[in-house]
Design a protein around this ligand. Structure first.
Ligand code: HDE
Length: 701
């Protein structure tokens, strides 16, 4: 063949024409709309592009030419699209909103934000899992990050917390080891986003300080129903400092207005397959539908006297202060009301830093927090490529800022004039430090020997682990035992399993026995010797349980409606209406994605084809099917599994028309009070009210 062969040049929109003239012709200058809709395409340098389908060649079959600056620029930019993902908390999802003070606190802090009820500042929150890579699934059994950036009048304040109030380790020195152990093993690069493997439990079983946190991550806190249904905690003890310079200790709490709710582990496993984006989709959908998630900000405030008599060290991040000892005072609310315009620009580039605090707030000497104050700034420099990450809009303060920092990669704020140092004698001399209204470090007295050491009280590792376990309902205790059993069953080395189980008698002997039985151990291994005798007689705390703090209505939750052709119109309308009235959402699941036709001839589109929507995706279920529909669904494996799962996961199931026949055909042969007949439209409201109770737990014990 020679270059005399006919030319083929697909056009932008058809990809099929040989006609060299079939391409945009009506291209005006200055970016005005081009004939197919958008503005004229240019390179990043602003040069207009004539063809975006073909590289420049020496003849139709000839080599590509280096001269093709459009192609080279396009590919070069594509090659550089990724920035390093976060070493931890790589997978996350963020949204914008605002924070509003609901209770002024001028007696405790000079922070401008808290001086007056009703003060509002813009906020950005990012929720995340810790262990998995950026593309991992949402329902990993894992801690969730709960990071909030408040753009205050006095600068950015980042509260970089988690959905669990304690942490695995006490000193930042161990963080790289912890993270290496939980991430995929370095030789095989798996497992992804899971703690159920030898390295993690090997490390943890050698770190008694992690035992309190182990109780939390093995509880249902680690598999939240959505970001909207989980608490957030600042974890460390911080300080509030008032205008007179007086300091109080403070712990931060975010309490979801929606209540607490988690999924079951077997549900999590199914959800990860059916919808790996379950949590991010939930946040997006809620905000887009106007159902704005909301959290109250609460503080536990206490003084040195309390700290001195508290049986644990308030600088120890493996301990919490029970709300029964120091009640949580609600001082504000966070509302997320806007999704991002661009995930990369905002959620991926947002740079939280624990050291970002404002006047009136200060650090304590918690050795974990002190280490974090170094790590976050360092990590942002690496991820965002240089020191100017504060020039990126999502990270820039929304208050005035002036300093002499200059240049560096991608500098966007470039001061004019010649004064770039201080002191200087120029008339336009630039900013000057001024103690009035400035951040002042709390002048805490510090003395001591310079040693690598920890306080003696940090050595109590089991007391609060026990308190947490004993504060749970029976169902939740079972879930903890099952989770530890599951995880250790994935551990291949028997010695690691036994070393971990040997911690459990120090926490609770029943728990130890349940796990030993679950693993098939002949007996509970001899308990490890505690480094310090546990504190006896700590009272259980109801606030530590999810089930005791659940939602009170169906608001913000989702009903899965399994439908077939020929269903009763009035009943269907009544259910849809009742869920809507309760503030919930409905998703229609049907044999086909085009939906169903009711007995009255109305077409109802489906949101999901049954094969792609296991019952685990929903908080409660309605099965509204006709006689023929029951038979049709009973012949579909996915529909039968849907029914069996709904039952097995303890969901409330509303049954209309021939739904009961279908349930039986699917293999559900025992009936209970969680299966609720919907005989007439009036039954719908009562059913939805019952669903407020999350699950029919009696079926599950
Ligand atoms: Fe982090 N952590 N962390 N962490 N952390 C990061 O910063 C670190 C810790 C938390 O949505 C990194 O920007 C050290 C506790 C959240 O962008 C990194 C130590 C708590 C996020 C880092 C801890 C957290 C991070 C990785 C031990 C709860 C995600 C990327 C001293 C109170 C923020 C990044 C977001 C992210 C370091 C322990 C919460 C590497 C050294 C305890 C929510 O800087």
């Amino acid at each position: 063949m020679t270059d005399k062969t006919p030319l083929y040049r697909p056009s932008a929109d058809t990809q099929s024409s040989n006609d060299l003239t079939d391409r945009p012709t009506d291209i005006g200058h200055g970016g005005e709309p081009h004939q197919r809709g958008g503005p004229a395409m240019t390179t990043a340098q602003g040069i207009r592009v004539d063809d975006d389908q073909n590289t420049l060649k020496a003849g139709a079959r000839g080599p590509a030419l280096l001269e093709d600056f459009h192609f080279r620029e396009k590919i070069f930019h594509f090659d550089h699209e990724r920035i390093p993902e976060r070493v931890v908390h790589a997978r996350g999802y963020g949204a914008h909103g605002y924070f509003e003070t609901t209770d002024a606190l001028s007696d405790l802090t000079s922070a401008h934000l808290f001086q007056e009820k009703g003060r509002r500042v813009p906020a950005f929150a990012r929720f995340s899992t810790v262990a998995g890579n950026k593309g991992s699934f949402d329902l990993a059994r894992d801690v969730r990050g709960f990071a909030v950036k408040l753009y205050t009048e006095e600068g950015n304040w980042d509260i970089v917390g988690n959905n669990i109030p304690v942490f695995f380790i006490q000193d930042a020195m161990k963080f790289p080891d912890l993270v290496h152990s939980v991430k995929e093993a370095p030789d095989r690069a798996f497992p992804q986003a899971q703690s159920a493997h030898d390295n993690f439990w090997d490390f943890i079983s050698l770190m008694p300080q992690a035992m309190h946190m182990v109780m939390w991550i093995m509880s249902d806190r680690a598999i939240p129903r959505s970001f909207r249904f989980m608490e957030g905690f600042g974890v460390h003890t911080f300080r509030f400092v008032n205008a007179e310079g007086k300091s109080h200790f403070v712990k931060f709490h975010w309490k979801p207005k929606q209540g607490l709710q988690s999924v079951l582990w077997p549900e999590a496993v199914k959800i990860n397959g059916a919808d790996p984006d379950f949590h991010r989709r939930d946040l997006w959908d809620a905000i887009q539908s106007g159902d704005y998630p909301e959290w109250e900000l609460g503080v536990q405030v206490f003084d040195e006297d309390f700290a001195d008599q508290f049986p644990f060290d308030i600088l120890d991040a493996t301990k919490l202060i029970p709300e029964e000892d120091v009640p949580v005072r609600i001082i504000g609310r966070l509302v997320l009301d806007r999704v991002v315009d661009n995930f990369f620009a905002e959620t991926e580039q947002v740079a939280f830093c624990t050291q970002n605090i404002v006047p009136g707030v200060d650090f304590t000497n918690d050795p974990l927090l002190q280490g974090r104050n170094f790590s976050y700034l360092d990590t942002q420099t690496k991820r965002l490529g240089g020191p100017n990450f504060t020039h990126i809009p999502i990270n820039a303060p929304k208050c005035p800022f002036h300093h002499f920092q200059q240049d560096g990669h991608m500098a966007m704020h470039n001061p004019k004039g010649r004064a770039n140092y201080e002191p200087n004698g120029w008339a336009e001399g630039g900013p000057r430090a001024d103690p009035d209204g400035a951040f002042q470090h709390y002048p805490e007295m510090v003395e001591g020997e310079k040693r690598k050491i920890r306080p003696e009280l940090f050595a109590d590792h089991y007391s609060q682990a026990r308190q947490f376990y004993q504060s749970q309902t029976e169902v939740e205790q079972d879930h903890i035992a099952n989770a530890i059993t599951f995880e250790l069953s994935k551990v291949e080395t028997p010695g690691i399993r036994e070393r971990l189980v040997a911690h459990l008698p120090n926490i609770d002997t029943d728990l130890a026995q349940k796990v030993a039985d679950g693993l098939g151990l002949i007996e509970v291994p001899k308990a490890h010797n505690p480094a310090r005798a546990p504190v006896e007689g700590l009272n259980p705390s109801d606030k530590l349980s999810i089930l005791k703090n659940g939602p009170e209505s169906f608001a913000g939750r989702k009903m899965g409606l399994l439908l077939s052709d020929g269903v009763d119109d009035a009943l269907l309308d009544a259910i849809m209406e009742a869920v809507k009235d309760a503030g919930g959402m409905v998703e229609v699941v049907a044999p086909h994605i085009y939906g169903i036709t009711t007995a009255g001839g109305k077409e109802v589109p489906a949101d999901q084809k049954i094969d792609g929507a296991p019952a685990a995706l929903y908080d409660a279920i309605v099965m509204l099917v006709s006689d023929d529909g029951a038979k049709q669904l009973a012949g579909m494996h996915a529909a039968k599994t849907f029914a069996l799962d709904a039952f097995a996961f303890g969901k409330f199931i509303g049954i209309g028309d021939a739904g009961m026949d279908f349930l039986k055909m699917a293999g559900v042969d025992s009936m209970d009070d969680g299966i609720i007949p919907l005989d007439q439209p009036d039954d719908a409201t009562g059913f939805v009210e019952t669903c407020a109770k999350l699950r029919f737990w009696e079926r599950m014990v």
